[in-house]
Every structure is written in structure tokens, then in C-alpha cells.
Design a protein around this ligand. Structure first.
Ligand SMILES: *[C@@H]1O[C@H](CO)[C@@H](O)[C@H](O)[C@H]1NC(C)=O
Ligand SMILES: *[C@@H]1O[C@H](CO)[C@@H](O)[C@H](O)[C@H]1NC(C)=O
Ligand SMILES: *[C@@H]1O[C@H](CO)[C@@H](O)[C@H](O)[C@H]1NC(C)=O
Ligand SMILES: *[C@@H]1O[C@H](CO)[C@@H](O)[C@H](O)[C@H]1NC(C)=O
Ligand SMILES: *[C@@H]1O[C@H](CO)[C@@H](O)[C@H](O)[C@H]1NC(C)=O
Ligand SMILES: *[C@@H]1O[C@H](CO)[C@@H](O)[C@H](O)[C@H]1NC(C)=O
Length: 276
């Protein structure tokens, strides 16, 4: 009993000798420093870094004072040793790839005790590409598909919120995966078409709720609802000029698409002018 307790205490002390963030996050295609610090008074002979994921495992970096850092070929131009070769064994990944997701292990070989190590679980994040599209199917007076917002290749999955003031709407969200582990999310916006919607600004807000708050980046795309079709709601005639020489009248109307104007005399005799 007491022997077991002593063993487990000893293990805990050993694992505390290397300071790392046991869980860390990096944006795809950005640079990321993986910090690793040894807490030991012993001499450090060598520092190595290992990666493991998807059943594979490899040592990709070895640092010694006499050789400097030696990198495995596929990491050669992507990873830099940032430490001092003593207690700091940090590295920098210059452009994080999807395949970097996994466990990074930094191992210090100390003299005379042997190796001490730290493990970092790295999550690779991908910011989605967001597009918003207006839909033309908006003519009948009931709930219609008005717009669609697509957040493509996000990791972890994205969620879409609509920001629309003072008007009722519903939306439907669907998520489907890509083969590389990223996900596409689509949200379709439905509203009751009415002339009042024309020219309204709608925003789709995309965020990734599963990412820790300090890494979150929101994306918003704003569109003007210029796709709402409605017939002219009013017609106004204004007299601009009325003297001996000329009579000028202005006819105003609304409607989308823009209405055509036909001028007719009251007697309905002849069409004088017609412009689009
Ligand atoms: C990665 O980032 C660099 C600039 O930092 C950019 O030029 C390149 O297009 C990006 N590549 C991808 C695949 O996103
Ligand atoms: C490198 O040399 C420094 C200074 O002599 C020493 O403190 C350190 O432990 C050495 N590190 C390695 C990895 O050999
Ligand atoms: C939105 O819908 C609710 C419930 O159907 C209704 O009470 C409310 O008046 C509607 N608001 C607008 C702005 O249409
Ligand atoms: C993942 O796959 C999707 C679909 O093939 C592609 O559009 C996207 O660029 C890929 N993402 C990365 C980070 O490679
Ligand atoms: C939206 O589009 C309409 C028609 O083009 C335009 O009159 C209106 O000013 C736009 N609204 C905003 C806020 O840009
Ligand atoms: C992103 O949007 C979500 C949802 O509205 C919000 O909770 C969060 O605070 C926003 N984060 C940032 C960084 O703006």
C-alpha cells in the first residue's frame, strides 16, 4: 500500500519536470510555437520532439549542442528550434498543416537521471470560407427561401446565425463533412415576402462554438435584400412645369423589377411616350 503510494507520487514529480500546455490549438496555415520547458537542475544532453497520430509515430527533431537541430526531411522547412538548448526546448511550426493534428512530445535527456518528457495534444483549427447568396424564389406570399449562407471547410464545425432586425424569419441548418475532416455548414433563410423586405440588410454570422473563446473569430457577411420582387405599390404624378410653352409631368412609382411607364392622355387617344 505505502509502496504503491510512493511510486505514484514519484511519477507525478517526474511528469511535472517538463512544462507544456497539455492541450493547444493552432490555426491551419499559420505559425505556431509549441512551448516546452524543463524544470531540472541536471545537465541536459539532448532534446528530441516526437509526433504521433493516426497510429503513426516519428521523431522529427533532435537537438544537441554539437550538432544543432537535425530535422526529419518532411519537417525540414516547416519547423524551427526556438529553444536555448538548455531548459527551453520550444519549437515553431511555420505553417500548420491538417496532418499536424495529434500529440507532440518533447523529450529531454538529462544526466544522470535519464529522460523527462511533456505531451501536447494539438488541435488544428480551420476558419471557414463564408459566402452568402440571395435566392430568386421570392414571389409567392408565404414563407420563401430568401437567402443562403454557406460556411465551407470549417474545423471544428461552424454554426450560422442570422442577424435581422424587426422581421420574423426561420432558418434551416445542415452540416456535411469533407474527406479531409473539415465540415461545410449551410443555412437557408425563410421569410414572408413583402415589399417592406426590399432593401433590408441581412447578416449571416458564422462562428465555431467548439473552439475555446480566446481563439474564436467571428465572420459576418452582409447583404441587401434586392431580390424581393413586388408589383408597384403606388403611382404619383407631379406637375414640374405648366406654362404657355410646355407641360412637364413626372410619374413616380416603385416595384421590383422596376416598372415600365406608359403615358396616356385622359381621353385615351394616343400613347405619347413610353420609357423603361
Ligand atoms: C497560406 O498562407 C499564405 C500566407 O501566409 C498564403 O499566401 C497562402 O495562400 C495560404 N495557403 C492556403 C492553402 O491557404
Ligand atoms: C548546451 O550547452 C549549455 C551550456 O554549456 C548547457 O547548459 C546545455 O545543457 C547544453 N545542452 C545540450 C542539449 O547539450
Ligand atoms: C412575428 O411573429 C409573431 C408570432 O407569430 C407575431 O406575434 C409578431 O407580430 C411577428 N412580428 C413581426 C414583426 O412580423
Ligand atoms: C478540405 O477539403 C475541402 C473539400 O475538398 C476543400 O475545399 C478544403 O480546401 C480542404 N481544406 C483544407 C484545409 O485542406
Ligand atoms: C439596398 O439596396 C437598395 C436598392 O439598390 C438601395 O436603395 C438601398 O440604399 C440599399 N440599402 C443600403 C442600406 O445600402
Ligand atoms: C461570436 O459570436 C458569438 C455568437 O453571437 C458570440 O457569443 C461571441 O461572443 C462572438 N465572439 C467574438 C469574438 O466576437
Amino acid at each position: 500500500m505505502s509502496a504503491l503510494l510512493r511510486v505514484s507520487l514519484l511519477l507525478q514529480v517526474v511528469s511535472c519536470q517538463v512544462r507544456v500546455n497539455t492541450e493547444d490549438y493552432a490555426w491551419y496555415n499559420s505559425s505556431k510555437i509549441l512551448k516546452c520547458q524543463a524544470d531540472t537542475g541536471e545537465e541536459i544532453k539532448q532534446i528530441t520532439w516526437e509526433w504521433q497520430g493516426g497510429g503513426a509515430k516519428m521523431t522529427f527533431l533532435t537537438y544537441r549542442n554539437d550538432t544543432g537541430s537535425i530535422l526529419q526531411k518532411s519537417y525540414e522547412n516547416r519547423v524551427k528550434f526556438k529553444g536555448d538548448g538548455n531548459k527551453d526546448g520550444s519549437i515553431e511550426i511555420l505553417n500548420v498543416a491538417l496532418a499536424d493534428e495529434g500529440i507532440f512530445k518533447c523529450v529531454f535527456t538529462t544526466y544522470p537521471s535519464g529522460t523527462i518528457e511533456g505531451e501536447i495534444q494539438l488541435h488544428v483549427l480551420v476558419l471557414p470560407i463564408v459566402t452568402q447568396e440571395l435566392k430568386q424564389d421570392v414571389t409567392t406570399p408565404c414563407y420563401n427561401l430568401v437567402a443562403e449562407c454557406l460556411a465551407s471547410s470549417a474545423k471544428p464545425s461552424a454554426e450560422i446565425l442570422w442577424i435581422i432586425y424587426g422581421i420574423n424569419y426561420t432558418s434551416e441548418e445542415k452540416t456535411f463533412p469533407n474527406s479531409n475532416g473539415t465540415l461545410n455548414t449551410q443555412s437557408q433563410l425563410y421569410m414572408t415576402s413583402s415589399p417592406g423586405l426590399y432593401g433590408l440588410l441581412i447578416q449571416c454570422l458564422v462562428f465555431q462554438p467548439k473552439i475555446p473563446v480566446e481563439y474564436q473569430k467571428n465572420i459576418t457577411v452582409t447583404k441587401n435584400l434586392t431580390n424581393i420582387q413586388f408589383p408597384p405599390q403606388m403611382v404619383e404624378i407631379e406637375v414640374l412645369k405648366n406654362d404657355k410653352e410646355a407641360l412637364q409631368l413626372l410619374c413616380k412609382s416603385d416595384g421590383n423589377p422596376r416598372p415600365k411607364y406608359n403615358w396616356k392622355r385622359g381621353t385615351n387617344l394616343d400613347l405619347v411616350n413610353s420609357v423603361a
